[in-house]
Design a protein around this ligand. Structure first.
Ligand code: ZN
Length: 325
């Protein structure tokens, strides 16, 4: 067990579809008589070498969970892990266009299952879980608007935000303005992936969408001007160092700008993105940050309190949880 396992945590950037561990995937296949897909290496880990392979395995894994019982099992699997990591508050991304091409009953059923399971875990373990519906950028602005409308429709199922994931290189960020405006006008928090694969320009465009958080945004570190804008507009970066290193953006944590951005007083949070794909967990991230930058509990608490300030839940809950950290 990592010495940081017991540290109370807040996680804002975690994809439901990317959080199934390889062992869990094989167990689900075995118990349902489904053939285990050829997506694992000899050690049993997900086998991918580049971003395209990662996306294709991601899709295969997502497709294994598109039945109510399996979807619920996945939700439990993720929340069990969050409880073990001592996460007190988490927001989880759900991408309904990964489940089916068009809005369907299935979308609503899955949200209902996710929400019921979150309630159960809150009552049993005290963990607060909310959801952010993400559109898939490479599917284009029309689908994005569909996802945004769906997000506002299912707000009663613990949906408090709208975001965008997918291939950063496809389409212009501002093509998605309508979807983001619709979500914000519906009372949802908004965030988008940017500044991960693409550079600072994508962060500048994301800022124009009016988001209060950016998924990754790590490439902001390449421009003093962008850093200044983030600080002026008080925008949080949902940083996931292990993900960036696994995808080859940086060769090691020593080269990762997380410490630089933190010292520049940019609000940051620490997350795992798609943890089993990137061989990581929240405790591992904390442990490595401790080893490389000498960050201790005091800094982690400060970052987690700041993360809560940018969470999309109501201020009463933020206040209550902040006192527990
Ligand atoms: Zn992500």
């Amino acid at each position: 067990m990592s010495s940081f396992t017991l540290c109370k945590k807040v996680e804002l950037h975690l994809h439901l579809e990317g959080a199934a561990s390889p062992l869990f995937v094989r167990d689900i296949c075995k118990s349902s008589g489904t053939q285990i897909p050829a997506i694992f290496d000899k050690a049993g880990n997900y086998k991918w070498q580049n971003f395209d392979q990662f996306l294709s395995i991601y899709e295969i894994v997502t497709n294994l969970f598109l039945e109510e019982k399996k979807f619920e099992a996945l939700m439990r699997h993720i929340l069990d892990k969050q409880v073990k990591e001592n996460v007190v508050y988490t927001e989880i991304f759900l991408g309904p266009h990964l489940w089916s091409d068009k809005p369907s009953d299935r979308w609503e059923q899955f949200l209902q299952i996710a929400s019921n399971t979150a309630d159960e875990y809150k009552n049993k373990f005290g963990i607060h879980t909310y959801f952010i519906i993400v559109c898939i950028r490479h599917l284009g602005p029309e689908k994005a608007l569909e996802a945004s409308k769906f997000a506002s429709k299912v707000k009663e199922n613990k949906v408090i935000g709208f975001g965008m994931a997918g291939d950063e290189k496809k389409f212009n960020t501002l093509d998605f303005m309508e979807s983001f405006n619709f979500a914000r006008n519906s009372g949802l928090g908004i965030t988008t992936h940017a500044g991960e694969i693409c550079g600072t320009k994508s962060v500048d465009e994301a800022i124009k969408l009016g988001v209060t958080r950016i998924g990754h945004g790590v490439r902001s570190s390449e421009s003093e001007e962008t850093i200044k804008k983030l600080r002026e507009k008080n925008i949080m970066l949902e940083l996931c160092p292990g993900s960036n290193i696994a995808l080859g953006l940086y060769s090691s944590l020593e080269d990762h700008p997380i410490n630089f951005l933190f010292r520049k007083n940019i609000p940051i949070s620490i997350s795992t993105d798609d943890p089993p794909f990137f061989f990581t967990s929240l405790s591992k991230e904390y442990e490595k940050l401790h080893n490389v930058f000498d960050w201790g509990v005091e800094i982690f608490n400060k970052i987690n309190k700041r993360s809560l300030e940018f969470a999309f839940c109501d201020s009463e809950l933020k206040e209550k949880l902040s006192q527990q950290l």
